[in-house]
Design a protein around this ligand. Structure first.
Ligand code: SF4
Length: 405
């Protein structure tokens, strides 16, 4: 029986980081409770709301054919099984702990909960002992920190609220509360970052020994204030101190070497884990397994359809208060799109893709696509498995462009 993932979007932050290109906003905390209430309602009523919005939730994801589990009503036996939850944002750690509890209770009541991984995204300066204990009691067993850097100079330039000392304060609090699976997010390419400061951030990471690490390259696009300034050649937001693409590629390679030496398994282009701590929830995205997203801007995938809720949090709450789910970007995934996703998402994973399976499933021949990439040393082949060449991961986008051409 398929296990699905549930994502909950909390689009609120304390400030807007200069590099941020997410749909998040800085709002009064008085708006948090009505938002959580709307999301809980969306979770509880998701079947009816999706039906009304024209989304077809495939029968194979229901458990109606399964016998009721012991001590469960027939109704409970019909609910999809959820084994991973990810409460992301934004900064969900800003919510009252009761809000986090209410979200998880709504999921437990609306699905067959067999939780193995329940993640909360948090900013280091928001961590307090009481909160951490309440999160653990509510069922959170993994915290993903948006810490980005250990350098105060870089954090200040990026508009972050926390400082290096907050990170050192937060990790022991979580561990003392029993949250033993901690992930760090770092950004390679922040203003003022140098090889020396990046090396220092990696050393500090080693001292705190998180179970999981994500490293993202700074995105230079129109979606963020910093990105726009860089594109326009300006100097605001320390744009003139953004490292070059070559330097970012160096940081990435330093990360690969450093984390390998520390015992981390590189399992996805941007993700490393201690053995057994790979993100079970995020693996569903890359493996094209179904997930349901709740909240403003949350995306969902049923295996055959993709859809997303409206981004604007106020419009989202307003629509739900009027009994309607504000679904946007609803599309049936065509066979051609599914094939592209198999290649693009599959190759993000360092284990690679099984070309024989994909060729059989989609009735295509991929040899002509892969031959030039293999000749250029961008991919490796082993039997029917194709994977990105480990030394060329920092230019993976070029491979994807070629592949999807
Ligand atoms: S905390 Fe995260 S989501 Fe919020 S503004 Fe900063 S980068 Fe964006």
């Amino acid at each position: 029986m398929m296990r699905i993932g549930v994502y909950v979007q909390v689009p609120f932050c304390q400030t807007k980081c200069t590099y941020c290109n997410f749909h998040t906003g800085v709002v009064s905390s008085s708006r948090f409770a009505p938002y959580v209430e709307a999301v809980c309602w969306e979770i509880r009523e998701h079947r009816e709301l999706l039906n009304a919005a024209g989304v077809v939730w495939p029968e194979r994801l229901e458990r109606s054919s399964a016998a009721p589990l012991q001590n469960q009503s027939a109704t409970a036996s019909e609910r999809p099984i959820v084994n991973t939850v990810y409460i992301g944002g934004g900064t969900p750690s800003l919510l009252e702990t009761q809000g986090v509890q209410n979200l998880l209770d709504a999921i437990r009541e609306s699905f067959c909960a067999e939780f193995v991984e329940v993640t909360l995204e948090a900013d280091p300066e928001t961590i307090e002992a009481e909160k951490a204990t309440a999160w653990a009691r509510a069922g959170i067993n993994r915290v993903s920190f948006g810490l980005q850097s250990f350098s105060d100079k870089e954090l200040i330039a990026a508009g972050r609220m926390h400082r290096r000392t907050d990170i050192y304060g937060a990790v022991p609090i979580l561990r003392a509360a029993g949250i033993s699976n901690i992930s760090f997010d770092l950004i390679a390419g922040l203003p003022h970052q140098t090889k020396g400061s990046w090396k220092k951030s990696l050393e500090e990471l080693e001292a705190l020994a998180p179970e999981h690490v994500s490293v993202y390259l700074l995105e230079i696009d129109e979606g963020s204030r910093l990105g726009k300034e860089v594109l326009q050649g300006g100097a605001r937001y320390s744009a003139s101190a953004v490292p070059s693409e070559d330097e970012m590629a160096d940081f990435y390679e330093m990360t690969q070497d450093g984390l390998r030496r520390m015992g981390y398994h590189h399992y996805e282009i941007s993700n490393w884990a201690k053995p057994g701590f790979e993100s079970k929830h995020n693996l569903k995205y890359w493996r094209r397994e179904p997930y349901l997203g709740f909240g403003a801007g949350a995306h969902s995938f049923s295996g055959t359809e993709r859809w997303a809720n409206a981004h604007d949090a106020a419009a989202y709450v307003n629509a739900l208060q009027n009994g309607r789910l504000p679904v946007e970007q609803h599309e049936k995934v065509t066979s051609g799109q599914a094939l592209e996703e198999e290649l693009f998402l599959g190759l993000r994973q360092l284990d690679g893709i099984d070309v024989a399976r994909i060729e059989q499933e989609y009735g295509v021949t991929l040899k002509a696509k892969f031959d030039p990439l293999a000749t250029a040393g961008l991919i490796e082949r082993e039997g029917s498995v194709v994977r990105l060449a480990p030394g060329r991961l920092s230019i993976s986008n070029e491979v994807f462009v070629e592949l999807l051409r």
